[in-house]
Design a protein around this ligand. Structure first.
Ligand SMILES: [Zn+2]
Length: 76
């Protein structure tokens, strides 16, 4: 879970970019904090660089494949 101290620096946004999951190594569409849906691991990725690859971290079989989801997007 990502933490923050001052909510004045974050704005709720219901953009569909937060609903998508991305494969490991996919191009980062929005710079920001991404979370793996399988295990909760969080990373920072910058557009247009690729998201971390499949071998970035290990999952149990129950956790399935790495799926990156945008949780906090930068605006600049
Ligand atoms: Zn994971």
């Amino acid at each position: 879970m990502a933490y923050y101290k001052n909510s004045a620096y974050l704005t709720l946004n219901n953009h569909s970019a937060f609903d998508l999951t991305h494969h490991p190594g996919a191009k980062t569409s929005n710079s920001g904090i991404y979370r793996c849906d399988g295990c909760g691991h969080e990373i920072v990725s910058v557009s247009p660089h690729p998201l971390p690859p499949q071998n970035h971290h290990q999952h149990t079989q129950a956790q399935g494949h790495i799926r990156w989801r945008l949780v906090v997007a930068t605006t600049h």
